[in-house]
Design a protein around this ligand. Sequence first.
Ligand SMILES: [Zn+2]
Length: 337
Amino acid sequence: MIIDCHGHYTTAPQELTTFRDAQIAALKDPVQTPSRESLKISDDQIRDSLEKAQLKLQRERGSDVTIFSPRASTMAHHVGTEATSLEWTQICNDLIERVVGLYPKNFVGVCQLPQSPGATLAGSVKELERCAKMGFIGANLNPDPSGGHWTAAPLTDKYWYPMYEKLCELDMPAMVHVSSSCNHNFHATGAHYINADTTAFMQLIQGDLFRDFPNLRLIIPHGGGAVPYHWGRYRGLAQDMKRPPLGEHVMKNVFFDTCVYHQPGIDLLLKVIDVKNILFGSEMVGAVRGIDPTTGQFYDDTKRYIDNSSLSDADKHSIFEGNAYRVYPRLKARLAA
Ligand SMILES: [Zn+2]
């Protein structure tokens, strides 16, 4: 079984975008506020949106199941109020639930959270509980709900603890995943995403989060940002700061995915980071959609890079399947259901 831990519903029907546009327009003109009931998407529209994209690519590339969440770039927690975010989040999560209902063998849900700059995490904790009841197996946690201005406390701050307590209680991991950037210095997927991955890792070195939450599991996507490439820097900084070695301090609880879009990058990731900390992911259909002219293959066909690596079959199996069951304990039951 090949489990892709990182996929978003980037191909949702246009009606979803139309609703969101109306919701945003209504922030200035409440008369335009769309009702939830006005958003109508049929099962056939959902099937059509997936058959041509994610399901087609699963078949072509040979993955079996995708751990699937709402489109990350449109979470846009910085838009509107906490109430705006809650309504939008519930709509997006309910749509993922419908996807999973239509294709229970191909998709398992991970939820978006109704975060909002300055708001407490109480609403997010509640939404996580609601989604757990629907069978979701994890959450995407945005370390920067301000969308590129980093106004929130670091991930190791007590501000985040209610979310970590609930994640541990539900035995769910979180993927640390930012959304779109409203800071024009940071391109969303090219800079903001990779910055956030790297920033989150450094925050974890500086703090003592896993002393307080020894069972908490965080996935840092996009191959861990710049971390594997600069592994010596992070080891050295931890040492200078009198922190324990990274293997004890952070890497019992942190996992990187394989959303790195070329063979040399994957080879470096596999060489530097322990196999037990790596989960197969592609983020298709997502950030980079084209074909690499030097290989003739899609950049985001990351299974190919793992297949072509020099890892043993047992190690490849850990990355493709085994590690996912450890990080997402609820996954096995979902697949057997
Ligand atoms: Zn993503």
